[in-house]
Ligand binder design. Structure first.
Ligand code: IVH
Length: 710
């Protein structure tokens, strides 16, 4: 490893803060090149030419500069590549037509220059208008979808533009991506390209779930989209409700429409969602007015955008214009300026979450940032406050860089009051007064999060637990949302989960005026519907029930693992009681579940053996019956084995094969290594098959596999 690679130096945070816009743009360009070269070396046969630490430092520096100068983010930015680090998880797909990036324009002058260049290249007189389309530049991840005779056969990420990752299974879970095109006038071969994005309306809820389950918290919807797309388990992708806008195309088997605008409308007719803000203009001033309109709408859209893309509408002209290096001459991205503002930090307030996590929140003097009034910003945790040295009374720079939750970028130090003092973390929960502590993590590290130790005696935790219990991916009780839970909690009707199921009975015992249907915000129908929705949930899928319990570190995926492994709630509960003994067989069984590590296991066992939880659970089980799940069979031919599927499977779908293998106790992996026990190879298997043969791993055909498991 050599760190002395030329250009591998990275800037410190202070140096980054001191960059001018021009320097920042130059540094981002340099980093894009150095990181791309390092990725290439890592991927290829060469030894990696940077140490991991140096590589991480470069990426961090790139991310920090982009956070400060979001509008300077390049289209070839390392942060835009799906799967930050080079990944071997997915097979590669070579794009028949490369996926290009766009040049940027930062002001009206740059746009006029662009149109002049187009005219000059085409030899058009300067008075002649050039019809351009204008549409939002969606801040997501581009994907290419290949349709053969109207059927979706594969889908890939952009990757480096030439080669992307095969994420067909994941893309198929997106509702706005048709599996079969509508109508009949589509070309036999058609690659539709567009942007996968994470709807803003879903983003806050996702992060709330991630926080509570100890999962990764995403900085912005685009990161969430990337994280959701690169799941090996397509069911996770499905649960994230991603969406897709179609705006371009790649390989195509027959001549196409005459204009960009018509082409995109055709996508709409074939079943894609196309952006409603796409319009075509002959006049440059009208085009720029549309830019202003889109910018004004920015904060109301359900997706992040970072500019407006202009494209020459006439496809014959597009063909004449062609490409220069990696961007078309016929298109440009008109970026929005960064959304930043300076305001006063009035207070650092502490919010208490479901698992007791204390999250500092900056209370700001309301300020408009990019059309939205901001009065709160997250401060993440006390280390983050210390790192940025953010203090009460500071003037701070606030930013919405496509992020729904505004961030504090930095402090204007020369405006700091003379008597200001560094932030001192609370050691008591501000809600219930219990001790608030930072736990020791394995390896002697301190957890970044401080937690209230009060458990359910802490009203903040109790009410957040209840909200989680009824939430969509948990018990999913229609008509009982966060607002209703908070109100019922406050009036004392619902204090714990079991109370939800007593609600109807209790309501019937009440006097007329007291009945729910006569309360403000309710009515006879909504009250009746609520009771019906609650009744319906008296029987619930096991994994939902487990997830709803709100056990720390247990997200949906872990809940599913537990449901599958133990099959019934009674079996799970009993096993967890006996797993209290470290080294007991049930403790080992729990740890044997792939995807459950020691921290998670301990948290699960602690939950089931804690007396207060035991009582609350018994009470709850009087009302709710978790259904049985299909349990994993532990003594099969393949239990405990690691299986990899590669190539085309002809009898089973990928997810079917995976589910089957897992339900027989096998672990399914995406890549071949020395740990692989069985490779199931269908037609078209390539590098994985070769590697398996080199490693002497048992290789089966799909038929052999089916024979083995039946
Ligand atoms: S057109 C050949 N249209 O921006 C032109 N790109 O800078 C291909 N993007 O990788 C791109 N919204 O991820 C186009 N309405 C839009 C877009 C858009 C977002 C992204 C896309 C692409 C990048 C290129």
């Amino acid at each position: 490893m050599r760190d002395a690679v030329k250009g591998a130096e990275s800037l410190t945070l202070d140096e980054i803060k001191a960059l001018s816009e021009e320097q920042a743009a130059q540094e981002l360009e340099r980093l894009a090149q150095v990181i791309a070269a390092a990725d290439k070396a890592y991927h290829g046969e060469d030894a990696p030419d940077l140490s991991d630490a140096a590589y991480d430092a470069l990426r961090k520096s790139n991310t920090a500069i982009e956070a400060l100068f979001p509008h300077l983010r390049r289209d070839d930015s390392p942060t835009l590549r799906v799967g930050a680090a080079p990944s071997e998880k997915f097979a590669k797909i070579t794009h028949v037509v490369p996926m290009l990036s766009l040049d940027n324009a930062f002001d009206d002058g740059d746009v006029r220059d662009f149109v002049d260049r187009v005219r000059r290249y085409l030899g058009l007189p300067s008075a002649q208008s050039v019809r351009l389309t204008a549409e939002p530049k969606i801040d997501g991840l581009s994907a290419s979808l290949r349709y053969e005779n109207g059927v979706l056969v594969s889908g890939a990420t952009r990757g480096d533009g030439a080669v992307g990752e095969d994420i067909t299974a994941n893309l198929k879970t997106i509702a706005s991506i048709p599996h079969q095109l509508k109508g009949s006038d589509y070309p036999d071969i058609l690659e539709v390209r567009g942007e996968v994005y994470f709807p803003r309306s879903e983003f806050a809820a996702l992060n709330a779930r991630q926080v509570e389950t100890g999962g990764k918290v995403f900085a912005n919807p685009r990161n969430a989209a990337a994280g959701s797309l690169r799941q090996l388990d397509a069911d996770i992708t499905r649960s994230r409700n991603l969406a897709f806008f179609a705006y371009a195309w790649g390989d195509i088997s027959q001549s196409w429409r005459d204009s960009q605008y018509e082409a995109v409308q055709a996508f709409g007719a074939w079943g894609f969602t196309v952006n409603p803000l796409l319009l075509a203009f002959d006049d440059l001033d009208d085009l720029l007015a549309h830019y202003a309109k889109i910018e004004a709408l920015r904060s109301e859209l359900d997706y992040d955008i970072d500019g407006v893309v202009y494209k020459v509408d006439d496809l014959a002209l597009q063909a004449r214009l062609g490409f220069v290096s990696r961007a078309p001459r016929w298109a440009i991205a008109h970026k929005f300026p960064a959304e930043q503002a300076t305001t006063l930090l009035e207070e650092i307030e502490i919010q208490v979450g479901r698992t007791g996590a204390l999250t500092p929140v900056a209370k700001l003097k309301p300020v408009t940032v990019g059309g939205v009034v901001v009065s709160n910003a997250t401060l993440h945790n006390e280390d983050e406050i210390a790192r940025k040295d953010v203090r009460k009374g500071d003037s701070v720079i606030v930013q919405r860089a496509g992020d729904v939750i505004p961030q504090i970028v930095g402090v204007v130090l020369d405006q700091r009051p003379a008597d200001s003092k560094p932030y001192e973390p609370l050691t008591e929960c501000p809600i219930c007064g219990s001790h608030a502590v930072r736990e020791q993590k394995p390896g002697d590290k301190e957890d970044a999060i401080r937690r209230c130790s009060g458990g359910l005696i802490c009203p903040a935790q109790a009410v957040e637990q209840l909200k989680h219990f009824v939430s969509r991916n948990a018990m999913d009780i229609d008509g009982l949302g966060e607002k209703q839970i908070a109100a019922f909690y406050e009036e004392g009707t619902i204090q714990r989960a079991a109370d939800i199921f007593r609600l109807e009975e209790l309501d019937q015992e009440k006097g007329r005026g007291e009945r729910l249907r006569n309360k403000e915000g309710w009515g006879a129908t909504s009250a009746r519907n609520l009771f019906a929705a609650i009744r319906e949930r008296r029987s619930v899928e096991l994994h939902r029930f487990i997830f709803a319990l709100g056990i720390r570190h247990v997200g949906e995926t872990t809940a599913k693992l537990l449901a599958r492994r133990y099959g019934s709630f009674a079996v799970l509960r009993e096993a967890m009681r006996t797993a209290k003994e470290v080294d007991s067989p049930s403790w080992k069984d729990l740890l044997d579940i792939d995807g459950i590590g020691e921290v998670m296991a301990k948290s699960i066992v602690d939950f089931f053996t804690e007396e207060k939880n035991e009582t609350a659970l018994s009470d709850l089980l009087e009302h709710v019956t978790p259904q049985e799940a299909e349990a994993v069979q532990m003594d099969t031919e393949v239990s405990g084995k690691t299986v990899v599927f590669t190539g085309k499977l002809e009898k089973l779908s990928r997810s079917e094969a995976k589910n089957q293998a897992e339900s027989l106790g096998a672990k399914v992996s995406g890549s071949v290594s020395a740990k692989t026990d069985i490779l199931v190879a269908g037609p078209g298997a390539g590098s994985k098959l070769k590697k398996a043969q080199e490693l002497g791993i048992t290789t089966l055909s799909e038929d052999d596999w089916i024979a083995l498991i039946s």
